[in-house]
Design a protein around this ligand. Structure first.
Ligand code: SF4
Length: 283
């Protein structure tokens, strides 16, 4: 069993939204609320690079670049391709991008020298893809998009829902198998956070699913930052103690106090490849 690593974005890793708080896709569980805590890009043709320069001056060594998605499910990254490349090359920033469902060859090509890793939501659930996200394509298309990203040489970390209201153990196993077949080495598990008033999952159920995921995923497994607060103390503690994950984002402080293991802490996003981690180690 490897010692799990904890991740928390504190000072060395910043979050930027290319669209500010706006998101035309407006998924029913989010409606852009996850974007509100991210730094918006100031107006002007060099707004992004000016923002990244100022973040680097204040100590950032990496950036999560995200934003709202178009109705086609893409991050509107086109105007920023050169600036991202410049930030990585000249400022030495590690760039983790949330590209959405980007499969256009020219964009993937231009992104290759501009980013270190792509976070990508892979889902074979019609309810998630067509219902919650209202995307204009089938779940199978999400597999093709990931394939295109990998073919263009990207390090893609599939983000897969451990649980959502329409999920099942079979669906989870299938999604993990598809991601492994595509050649992914790391996977991140998310837990859907239901809108207020809808039932939240029980920690015991999530633990069963996590044990299942662990037994089916051959590579590194991360528990990503999306999971309800109510399940964190129990889920996180068991995940750490049973070695169910290799990485855990924003672990519950109570779980850390009570767990019999003390994970090393990285001030970064949990998707980064191993070779980039030493520059973000804080404890
Ligand atoms: S695309 Fe992302 S930011 Fe936009 S509403 Fe959906 S989850 Fe939120």
């Amino acid at each position: 069993m490897t010692r799990p690593k904890a991740f928390r974005m504190i000072r060395l890793f910043a979050e930027v939204s290319l669209t500010g708080a706006s998101c035309p896709l407006g998924c029913s569980h989010c409606r852009g609320r996850y974007l509100r805590g991210m730094a918006p890009v100031p107006p002007g043709p060099r707004g992004l690079i000016r923002l990244l320069e100022s973040l680097a001056r204040r100590g950032a060594r990496g950036v999560l670049v995200s934003g709202g998605l178009t109705r086609e499910g893409r991050l509107p990254v086109e105007p920023y391709l050169d600036q991202l490349h410049e930030a990585r090359r000249r400022l030495g920033l590690v760039i983790n991008l949330h590209p959405g469902y980007e499969d256009r060859p020219w964009v993937l090509e231009r992104l290759r020298p501009a980013v270190d890793v792509l976070d990508y939501e892979l889902s074979l659930s019609k309810e998630m893809v067509r219902g919650v996200r209202r995307l204009p394509f089938s779940p199978e298309h999400t597999v093709k998009v990931m394939e295109a990203m990998i073919e263009h040489g990207h390090d893609v970390v599939p983000h897969i829902f451990l649980w959502h209201p329409w999920s099942s153990p079979q669906l989870l196993k299938k999604e993990l198998a598809v991601a492994a077949d595509l050649g992914a080495k790391r996977a991140t598990l998310l837990v859907y956070i239901p809108p207020p008033g809808e039932p939240e999952p029980q920690a015991e159920k999530l633990l069963e699913l996590l044990r299942l995921a662990r037994s089916h995923w051959p590579g590194e497994l991360a528990l990503g930052c999306m999971r309800p607060y109510s399940v964190k103390p129990q889920l996180d503690r068991a995940a750490l103690e049973e070695g169910l994950v290799d990485r855990i984002a924003n672990p519950s402080p109570r779980a850390l106090r009570e767990a019999a293991v003390e994970p090393p802490l990285y001030d970064a996003c949990c998707s980064l490849p191993e070779h980039l981690l030493p520059r973000f180690r804080v404890k």
